[in-house]
Design a protein around this ligand. Structure first.
Ligand code: MG
Length: 457
């Protein structure tokens, strides 16, 4: 059987790499020209705050304009804000961002007219055009025109604020850490307009990220935690570099693990409506436990937010009710808003949860069942051989092959996947307690070690 073509440049979240070596203006020009050759009409573009963003955005625009697209430059804004605008009023778009990667990185995300990221099939066609350099370059009288529309971000802010009753955040103090990223323009404003009092750290856009790295980690959020505690705020919110994800610290300044954040939101949504919750196979079983105890059903997908978004759309197309989608990394998708992860919307939802329950965030999170997870990775160039051996060894288990191998034993599970971009295997094991997780992990680790040994023989 002929192997299906796979993506070579784009990963699960667009093209990303170090600027100057992997990501160059030349490559980004070609991405623009390839995309512009495949689509036509009004294309919206934007970027995060990275220092390389301006150069790369110019290159992208040159490619799009040269192939006859009309470009609307939405300026610096969160990825979900651009996706929202595209869904509402454009024929497609592209975002210059490297999301949570360090400052020296940048990349491109291609967005379709429905606001979702370009799917695998179209991405492979786009890559082929880049490799073959088959661009429909237009003559002088057919090139596109460019307009600036930095103000359009207001429409995204309005769309979120109007989802909630007026002044729902009254009396709630929230500390926001947009991480010097594009959410400096949106999240504080959204929360203020919901009635909250808003304090910020790293609230000035700066592509050198002077306060913390774009990935929100418990260590990186020490300043946010300190502000929450010293100000008596109800909770703190932080975003990754392009604000499609939100993470939280409770009123005591404690970081809330992202699967628990997802479960808390799922609990809120599943008590209000019945339907499906969509998430990748790598998400904690806690989300399924909460959803099913509230008569909602979880549908699992491959790892990657695009698969979650597309599965949600497919279910809706089949007249199924979809309550919520998301990943266990703080990236949540709200189907009544749009079909991509949205950090600003997640922040607003958390305000509504605290307001409605009239309880501390720490006590809301504490009321969720406990889970214990181990994540590990193993370097190997023979991931596919090891995966085959594991499958044979685990034949008698309850196996799921949506993405890699998932072994489920009641509420315990293990997932082993070959990375799509690096020569390594990723392992996740979860149970209700530390002992069971440790035992299960050792078992899986033993099988992999056995495989690795024969690998080197
Ligand atoms: Mg991101």
């Amino acid at each position: 059987m002929k192997k299906a073509p796979s993506k070579r440049l784009f990963g699960t979240n667009g093209v990303r790499g170090v600027v100057g070596t992997e990501i160059t203006p030349d490559l980004v020009y070609k991405i623009g020209a390839a995309f512009g050759s495949m689509r036509s009409g009004r294309i919206a573009v934007g970027r995060d705050t990275r220092t390389s963003g301006e150069t790369l955005l110019h290159a992208l625009k040159a490619g799009l304009l040269g192939t006859g697209c009309n470009v609307v430059d939405c300026g610096i804004l969160p990825t979900p804000a651009l996706q929202f605008l595209i869904k509402e009023e454009f024929d497609g778009g592209a975002m210059i961002t490297a999301s949570h990667n360090p400052p020296e990185y940048n990349g491109v995300k291609i967005i379709e007219s429905d606001g979702t990221e370009m799917g695998d099939e179209e991405t492979i066609k786009l890559e082929q055009r880049i490799f073959d350099q088959t661009f429909s370059i237009k003559p002088w009288n057919e090139v596109g025109i460019e307009t600036s529309a930095s103000h359009l971000v207001e429409r995204y802010i309005d769309a979120i604020v109007t989802q909630f009753p007026p002044d729902i955040g009254k009396g709630i103090v929230v500390a926001v850490d947009p991480g010097s990223g594009p959410a400096c323009r949106t999240t504080p404003e959204i929360l203020k307009r919901m009635g909250c009092r808003v304090l910020t750290v790293n609230g000035v856009m700066d592509g050198t990220f002077p306060g913390r790295l774009p990935e929100p980690t418990p260590e990186g959020l020490a300043e946010l935690s300190g502000l929450v505690v010293s100000s008596g705020a109800s909770f703190g919110i932080a975003h990754d570099g392009d604000a499609d994800r939100s993470v939280f610290v409770d009123e005591k300044g404690h970081y809330i693990e992202e699967n628990r954040e997802f479960a808390l939101v799922a609990k809120q949504f599943c008590t209000q409506q019945k339907g499906f919750v969509v998430t990748p196979v790598s998400t904690s079983n806690l989300v399924e436990a909460i959803s099913s105890s509230n008569h909602c059903e979880v549908v699992y997908t491959k790892v990657g937010s695009i698969y979650v978004a597309r599965t949600m759309l497919a279910l809706i197309h089949d007249k199924k009710k979809v309550v919520l989608g998301g990943e266990g990394n703080g990236g949540l998708i709200f189907p009544n808003h749009q079909f991509c992860r949205d950090g600003g919307m997640t922040a607003a939802v958390m305000v509504s949860i605290v307001a409605k329950n009239n309880r501390n965030l720490s006590s809301l999170v504490k009321s969720l069942p406990k889970r214990y997870m181990i994540k590990e990775k193993v370097k190997t160039k023979n991931a596919s051989v090891i995966m085959k051996e594991l499958k044979r060894a685990l034949m008698k288990e309850h196996l799921d092959e949506t993405d890699g191998l998932k072994i489920t034993r009641g509420s315990s599970w293990a997932l082993i996947r070959a990375s799509g971009t690096e020569p390594l295997l990723r392992i996740i094991v979860e149970s209700e307690n530390k002992t069971d997780t440790g035992k299960f992990f050792n078992e899986i680790w033993g099988l992999i070690a056995e495989s690795l040994k024969s690998d080197h023989a």
